[in-house]
Ligand binder design. Structure first.
Ligand code: SF4
Length: 186
């Protein structure tokens, strides 16, 4: 089973084109300036089988791909590999993955198998005090797609019940402003 924080059916700042984004739950890197600290805890949030998630993805129209983010996707490599395999074998969708691991830290067989199915990997510990937030990009030489990664894009989504979800690469000031707005109930 895949333990998810949440999903977003259509995002434009997490890869090429419109993407279905899966935020997994659980990460032990605790990077400075991480925009998703709610995803650090390893508590069980939302459990989905890879088959169930795949069927949800298939219902989305006009998406160009699926992005795994978090949380730390490579800590759930076994089930995400099974999902990625379904996507690759049965659709034309591409796969992008955000990870805090360095490439040479992906050592298990499942992690290597998942990496091989990624079109693009944005990797390395996030650090908002370093150039490019310390993030590097690996493009799979087998991929037909090239993502010109831009880590300044931000997407803000206000849900029907007033929750504010920020996606992409907000500054700490923007995150703080959005938290103030959320707390004021605007
Ligand atoms: S790896 Fe990603 S989710 Fe984990 S702490 Fe770093 S930026 Fe946050």
């Amino acid at each position: 089973m895949i333990n998810l924080s949440h999903i977003e059916e259509g995002s434009y700042v997490n890869g090429v084109g419109k993407r279905f984004v899966i935020w997994v739950q659980g990460c032990n890197f605790h990077c400075p300036g991480c925009g998703n600290p709610d995803t650090w805890s390893f508590e069980t949030k939302n459990l989905f089988s890879f088959q169930n998630l795949f069927s949800i993805i298939l219902k989305e129209s006009n998406i160009t791909g699926v992005t795994f983010s978090g949380g730390e996707p490579f800590l759930q490599a076994s089930d995400l590999f099974l999902l990625a395999k379904e996507i690759k074998e049965k659709t034309d969708l591409t796969i992008h993955i955000f990870t805090g691991f360095e490439l040479d830290e992906l050592k298990t067989e499942e992690q290597k198998k998942l990496l091989n199915l990624a079109d693009t990997l944005v990797y390395g510990r996030f650090d908002c005090s370093k150039p490019n937030n310390n993030q590097k990009v690996w493009h799979n030489p087998q991929s037909r797609e090239f993502w010109d990664f831009n880590n300044t894009d931000v997407e803000i989504d206000v849900t029907e019940n007033g929750d504010i979800n920020i996606s992409g690469f907000p500054t700490l000031d923007l995150i703080s402003d959005m938290e103030d707005i959320q707390n004021e109930g605007i």
